[in-house]
Design a protein around this ligand. Structure first.
Ligand SMILES: *Cc1c(COP(=O)(O)O)cnc(C)c1O
Length: 348
């Protein structure tokens, strides 16, 4: 072929979780919220006027920036809107990385980071977490141009304390991007670091906490100088008029989202307890999924047997994760059916 840049030729595509077409399955594999978005979202979408579709949207989506600034106690200048959190990751790699400017992140983590590094032709310094998913000291020592910490981390669902991320931001001479895609399900977040550090970018997503994975909307929070630089790299119209209306309505109805998040957290506790009772090893989760180690039983077999029963979870065939399955917290009914299936599989 030879049409593509060498890096594109060699890159492996990011592998998203399966999106099976059948409707009678239980889908606990891609960390979607099991509850629908706020009714305000559909109302706002129904109010879209033809004129809003004929014209280009607001390039920076000020309507959303204002609403998100209020929710987060920052100013609109601290916010840049993105076509999903993944868009921000692409923008950050393009803004900070090249063949002389590496990226560093602890592993295992979100499998999109190495794909973006390869495409951007930058070296990826992967620093292993310890067994308890503590922040490795070598991450600061690597002092990469871009350091990414996913917090809560995927797929471990673990949480690194804010003070540790503050000292990391302090030690680094480059940018620290904290991927808070799952932070709505945690007890704390890193927003306070934005005030104190001019090198911190926080990534937020509307996909999980606000049940809008189908819409594609996320945003960055950082000091205005960083935001202005990132704006140079983004597509001119990276968020569309319909998405802006939907995401703004969703973030304004924070109480609705908060109720669903509480339901998920309650079920997370029940799922964790029951999985432990079934002899899985399950660390406490700070996200909307759990990472369960099946100890004496092969995780790949559990995955296959669940699929046979129409239940989809996530299995990663990589070192350190190959005896674990990642399970998204579903509705109480879905979790009960999953637990029943696991009970049967383990006693076969
Ligand atoms: C879901 C997710 C994102 C962003 O997802 P979008 O749907 O693009 O907003 C970013 N990082 C991690 C770790 C995620 O799981």
């Amino acid at each position: 072929m030879g049409y593509f840049r060498e890096n594109v030729e060699q890159a492996e595509s990011y592998e998203p979780g399966l999106q099976p077409k059948q409707t009678d399955i239980i889908k606990l594999n891609t960390n979607e919220n099991p509850y629908p978005p706020s009714p305000r979202v559909l109302e706002a979408m129904a109010k879209i006027k033809p004129e809003q579709l004929r014209r280009y949207p607001d390039p920076v989506a000020n309507e959303f920036r204002k609403a998100a600034a209020q929710v987060n106690g920052v100013l609109p200048e601290n916010i840049m809107c993105c076509n999903g959190g993944d868009d921000l990751l692409t923008i950050a790699f393009r803004a900070f990385c090249d063949n002389k400017r590496p990226v560093a992140y602890p592993v295992p983590t979100y499998s999109l980071y190495p794909v973006l590094a390869r495409l951007q032709d930058c070296r990826a310094i992967e620093v292993p977490f310890d067994g308890e998913f503590n922040l490795p000291a070598k991450l600061a020592a690597a002092n990469a141009t871009l350091t990414i910490v996913c917090n809560p981390n995927a797929p471990s669902a673990s949480f690194v304390r804010i003070e540790e991320l503050a000292s990391l931001a302090d030690e680094l001479t480059g940018v620290l991007l904290i991927d808070e895609a799952y932070v709505d399900f945690a007890e704390n977040n890193c927003i306070s670091l934005v005030d104190n550090f001019d090198n911190v970018i926080i990534l937020r997503s509307m996909s999980k906490g606000y049940s809008l994975a189908g819409i594609r909307f996320g945003y960055a929070i950082a000091q205005p100088e960083l935001i202005a630089g990132l704006m140079k790299v983004k597509d001119s119209y990276n968020v569309d008029a319909v998405a802006v209306a939907a995401a703004t309505a969703a973030i304004k109805d924070r109480e609705y989202a908060a109720r669903n998040i509480e339901k998920v957290k309650k079920e997370r506790k029940r799922l964790t307890d029951k999985l432990r009772a079934l002899c899985f090893q399950v660390p406490d989760s700070f996200a909307n999924f759990v990472l369960a180690d099946s100890i004496g039983y092969k995780a790949a077999d559990i995955y296959d047997k669940l699929v046979q029963r129409g239940i989809y979870v996530r299995y990663f065939d990589v070192p350190g994760l190959d005896n674990k399955v990642r399970i998204t917290v579903g509705t109480p009914e879905q979790n009960t059916r999953l637990l029943y299936a696991l009970d049967r599989i383990l006693s076969e």
